[in-house]
Design a protein around this ligand. Sequence first.
Ligand code: CDP
Length: 225
Amino acid sequence: MASSVIAIDGPAASGKSTMARMLAERLNIPYINTGSLYRAIAWKALKLGIPCKDAARIADMLETTRVRYAVPPEGGNPDIEIDGAFPGALLRTQEVAQGASDVATLPLVRRFTLDIQRDAAKRQLVVMEGRDIGTAIFPDAAHKFFLTATPEARAKRRLSQGGETPDGATVASVAAEIAERDRQDSERAVAPLKRADDAIFIDNSGLSIEETLQLLLKHVKGNES
Ligand code: CDP
């Protein structure tokens, strides 16, 4: 039997989070953002002054780190709880995003995050978004999508989100930062960012949010009947 997961993978700022959240809302099921898991590990390391690619020190840190998905006190989708706290918006900075991409290259980190992600989908159908959900975490997911957009469209989206870009950032500078993170994510040895052979490929550069959502819904509902 297929895993009860709708997997949405794709590069940075490709619209995965927006789509995953809206799709989950329409289907009335939880949405799990797996980038937050890597971001939370990077956030803690940065706070402790540990370089995000230092495998030995990150391993030590994880020995005493408790991370899980839990519904925050204000309710809503399950979010990352790390050492008893919900860092939430503190994870959405460019520094943490780059740190996340760095810790995500470490095999020990991917081993650490595997069960946390699998546990999050144990109880019911969920929408799970990331880089390797349809390839490494749930290769037998019920539905798989690979969402992308042109580098320019993605840079514009990230700029319009505010917060996660430095003051004075331009489309070109944000596109360069995103391209560098995508390169590291695609070239790493373990669980690289890549489209699963059986994932539905959607380039949403020229599509509205609603049009993209309708495409996803059509596939999910179509496969059910
Ligand atoms: O929001 P954005 O697409 O920019 O990033 P994110 O989904 O929050 O992911 C941050 C970083 O975590 C990515 O650049 C990846 O290196 C890493 N990541 C991963 O390796 N595997 C996942 N399933 C999710 C994120």
